[in-house]
Design a protein around this ligand. Structure first.
Ligand code: UD1
Ligand code: MG
Length: 462
């Protein structure tokens, strides 16, 4: 196999997969354009396209300088970076091609059938234009706003990969990308009331109107999801695999709202179908990327992928009206962001890279450190650091005078290594994925079972 080509067996199975998907897609036109099947088939095609393009474009990306050094290898070879951009572009094209499918029935209903325009029109109709009064424009608007928000974030991500935008500038950028869908939410749904948990209802009433704060909360989700994936990064495969797991668990949650789990039509069915249509192709392109990014990585995903993946989740969470459930699936990312905050806010030094340190003698990863050489920590910070050191929530190094000279970097990747000792890169990634799965499943159980302790009803209940 050449560095950039496909092997014969890869070519064969990608061709078979593509042919099967095209067959399935053609078949959906015979029926009533069953969107779920079409989405599955398009996701298969998205996988095949991304797989080939990642392989073919690697050298091209390297030539224009989109490359990075794999820091956790003995030979720090350079490999293509920003391959997530390929996935993001394939994804965007696929969800655009998909647009007619979920609306096929509505288009037929608004015409005389089969999309014909031979309905006899009344004079008033001719004057006012074609009356697609039964067409769900609001649904199309929310779908298009999702496409627009994702496009904006992909552009921002690519700018970051090209120009290495500074953290203080890039951290808030996804909020701009969220504006189209927040507008649609405002016009279309507009509910800014939240249900108050039972114990607090005697003080606050059953519902509290958060007003504009609700929009601030949704913008915060759009900022948090992309950035939190970008900082739980730095070892082969971790960015993509955590995203695939979150997507799979969101799919599981979505399917609970479809038949046979809940009798059709559940009020939330449509928004969960919307989520499935956006998640299936995401899983398709991500799997193709994972096969190239898993240890030992042949390509890096780039910030474009982290931003894009986070925004897919923010979009489905906000427009699907399940942002709180979404946050329950982000428990490791929330923990990592909270744990990182002293470094992110520069209370303690934050080196450019905080990924675990590779020990070439053992071939294993060890916790990386931040040094206090230039400025020792202030007294209160030193006190907290010592306490966390005692609790084994980080590891400090002291000089002969007992002063703190170094701390392990505050990421859960490093913390995992503090707890379990040095390990190989893929073992660390698998450990984190198990954590992600356990937390996600727990999150869903909390959402659908334990929620009844604090809320009167779970909206899945029928
Ligand atoms: C974020 C993290 C940074 C971490 C970096 C790793 C914060 C505030 N920033 O920065 O600490 O080091 O992600 O992605 O938490 N790399 C590898 N192996 C991998 C993945 C990446 O060696 O499996 C290296 C490569 O040299 C690659 C570089 O990390 O070129 C990519 O870093 P970049 O995504 O630009 O860093 P940030 O997102 O700014
Ligand atoms: Mg990054």
């Amino acid at each position: 196999m050449t560095a950039t080509g496909l092997t014969t067996s890869e070519t064969l199975w990608l061709l078979t997969l593509s042919a099967a998907c095209i067959g399935i897609l053609a078949n959906t036109f015979q029926g009533d354009g069953e969107p779920l099947i079409a989405s599955l088939a398009l996701s298969g095609l998205a996988f095949a396209f991304s797989f080939c393009l990642i392989r073919w474009l690697g050298d091209v990306f390297m030539r224009v300088g989109l490359k990075g050094r794999d820091m956790a290898k003995t030979r720090r070879v350079e490999i293509p970076e920003t391959m997530g951009a390929v996935c993001a572009v394939v994804y965007l094209l696929v969800i655009i091609v998909f647009i007619p499918f979920p609306f096929y029935k509505d288009i037929v209903a608004a015409t005389s059938g089969g999309g014909n325009r031979d309905v006899v029109m009344e004079l008033q109709q001719v004057e006012t234009g074609r009356l697609l009064h039964r067409f769900p424009h609001s649904k199309l608007a929310s779908y298009l706003s999702a496409v627009l928000s994702l496009q904006v974030v992909v552009i921002l991500g690519m700018a970051d990969d090209l120009f290495d935008v500074r953290w203080r500038h890039k951290v808030l950028l996804p909020a701009f990308a969220a504006i189209p869908m927040l507008i649609v939410y405002f016009v279309d749904f507009g509910v800014t009331k939240v249900v108050v948990p039972l114990p607090l209802q005697s003080y606050l009433g059953e519902l509290v109107d958060l007003g504009w704060l609700y929009y601030a909360y949704m913008a915060a989700i759009a900022i948090f999801c992309p950035n939190s994936i970008n900082i739980l990064a730095g070892i082969n495969g971790i960015e993509v695999s955590q995203s695939i797991l979150i997507a799979l668990m969101l799919l599981l949650n979505d399917s609970l709202y479809l038949s046979p789990f809940t009798p059709y039509p559940h009020p939330a069915t449509d928004s969960h179908l919307f989520s499935i249509y956006l998640l299936l192709p995401f899983i398709g392109v991500s799997l193709a990327l994972l096969l190239h990014n898993w240890y030992p990585a042949k390509v890096f995903v780039g910030d474009t992928y982290c931003y894009f993946a986070g925004m897919v989740f923010a979009v489905v969470g906000i427009l699907g009206h399940f942002s709180k459930t979404l946050l329950l699936l982000f428990i490791p990312q929330i923990a990592n962001a909270a744990y990182s905050s002293p470094q992110l806010f520069h209370l303690i030094p934050c080196p450019r890279h905080r990924l675990p340190h590779f020990n070439p003698r053992t071939g294993l990863l060890e916790p990386s450190t931040a040094s206090f050489a230039s400025s020792p920590p202030a007294k209160p910070i030193a006190l907290v650091l010592r306490l966390l050191h005692r609790l084994r929530l980080l590891r400090l190094t002291f000089n002969d005078a007992g002063e703190i000279t170094e701390t392990t970097n505050l990421t859960i990747l490093n913390l995992w290594l503090v707890w379990w000792g040095p390990m190989r890169e893929d073992k660390l990634a698998i450990g984190l994925l198990v954590l992600q799965t356990v937390c996600g499943v727990l999150g869903l159980v909390i959402r659908h079972r334990l929620a009844l302790w604090v809320f009167r009803e779970d909206n899945l209940a029928v």
